[in-house]
Design a binder for this molecule. Structure first.
Ligand SMILES: Cc1ncc(COP(=O)(O)O)c(C=O)c1O
Length: 414
């Protein structure tokens, strides 16, 4: 299912919650991202409920979508934040996150970012390099901070069943520390007097469709920390999937939870979901600029492109596309492309759209809330889209980030 309780048709009109999209777009123009806060919050609650037996602390992974209104809504609902840079920590703090509810992850943390995180009392470091431990220890000492909490990120060397570009837990991936390195570090905790080795962290990939690899990874992690009674926190990362294709059936959240619950009894559990909270709460609205027939196929050229949503070009990701207003006509296979001067600027290779589709018609690219706007660029001097949220009440909406202007693109340049 790619449509849901929030992104849905009322008769022929596509709505976000109680708002007809055509009305929003009449004011805001295209291309524009729209996020349903009711859907994001419902997804957050669904994860909480499925994993209730483990009472997890959910740290929303800001890398998926760091829009301030989205962060604020989730923080108000009780979420902490998983940040991967000083910039994301800054954003999280601006959105109202308590610093102790932020976990700082990332394979290449700069000295400046580490210092910023310690100065601001960020709750946890998910550590991925031995030298990073030295840096955190040294900077903590220079700032007079003791007991800085670290969770070592295990690279468990497992193959997750997902696209190879978003698998992070196989041995050749740059992420995490191998089990022998972690074993060694845990034996030598005394070398890092400012740090408190209090947790272990795994994240084996995104859009995970089975539980087997996670289970194997978790077992390795638990074996490593077993001898250390002071390590009581297990961060199980993110990776829960979202539906991109109408025919896709997702594994039940409870099957993940049921697999992990017996293993993790007695531990404090952290989770870092991103995609599963915000992906299907977001859509990218675009307008058809041209239709042409070429080499026997129909091509729709739209005003959104790989600069707005890079996932199809980067990961060959599928995004379903539907018209804002249903048309009573047969469907025709269509290639949907953007205006950017790249052959890979294709939003959909071959998707059924109404035969009557014409320039000026608006389309919604679905499941675009995660890894969409955060990866947008200004390539071809294209201003990034506006972002809009439909608020918690489902009735009201607001522009949370203005569409960039050409003037904005010159900012900071001489
Ligand atoms: C360490 C870590 N945690 C959490 C996430 C969020 O993953 P997802 O959006 O699949 O839930 C990622 C994504 O890459 C990650 O690298």
């Amino acid at each position: 299912m790619v449509l849901n309780a929030s992104i849905h048709y009322v008769e022929k009109q596509l709505y976000v919650d109680q708002q007809p999209i055509s009305q929003i777009i009449a004011q805001a123009g295209t291309p524009t991202y729209i996020y349903s806060l009711p859907r994001a919050l419902a997804n957050y609650q669904a994860i909480k409920e499925a994993f209730a037996a483990l009472s997890p602390h959910i740290h929303y992974s800001a890398k998926a979508n760091a829009n301030l209104a989205v962060l604020r809504a989730l923080i108000n609902a009780g979420a902490g934040i998983d940040a991967v840079s000083g910039g994301e920590i800054y954003r999280a703090l601006k959105a109202g996150a308590a610093s102790e509810d932020i976990v700082f992850a990332g394979v290449g943390k700069s000295i400046e970012d580490i210092r910023f995180a310690i100065e601001n009392g960020v709750g946890w470091f998910n550590v991925e390099n031995v030298a990073e431990l030295d840096h955190i220890n040294t900077i903590a000492a220079s700032l007079g901070k003791q007991g800085v909490k670290v969770a070592l990120r295990l690279n468990p060397d497992v193959q997750a069943s997902t696209h190879h570009h978003i698998a992070t837990g196989h041995g050749k991936a740059k992420f995490g520390l191998g089990a022998p390195v972690i074993r060694d570090l845990l034996q030598n905790q005394a070398n890092y007097p400012q740090l408190s080795f209090a947790g272990i962290h795994i994240h084996i990939g995104s859009q995970l469709h089975d539980t087997q690899a996670t289970q194997m990874a978790m077992q390795t992690a638990l074996d490593l920390i077993g001898p250390y009674a002071t390590i009581r926190t297990v961060n199980i990362g993110g990776g829960l999937p979202a539906a991109y294709h109408p025919d896709e059936t997702l594994p039940d959240l409870t099957s993940f939870a049921q697999m992990l619950t017996p293993l993790l009894k007695g531990y404090t559990i952290f989770m870092e979901p991103g995609r599963s909270i915000i992906a299907d709460a977001g859509i990218l609205i675009c307008k058809v600029l041209y239709i042409k027939e070429q080499s026997g196929q129909r091509i729709a050229i739209i005003d959104a492109s790989m600069t707005d949503l890079i996932r199809p070009a980067l990961y060959q990701a599928y995004h379903h596309i539907v018209p804002i207003e249903k048309q009573d006509s047969p469907m025709v296979p269509t290639q949907v492309v953007g205006p950017v001067c790249e052959t890979t600027d294709i939003l959909a290779e071959n998707i059924d759209l109404p035969a009557t589709l014409q320039p000026g018609d608006e389309l919604a690219i679905l499941t675009a809330g995660a890894y969409g706007m955060v990866m947008a660029s200004n390539y071809n001097a294209r201003p990034r889209p506006a972002e809009i949220v439909v608020k918690e009440d489902g009735e009201n909406w607001q522009i949370t980030r203005q569409r960039e202007s050409w003037e904005d693109l010159l900012h900071g340049e001489i």
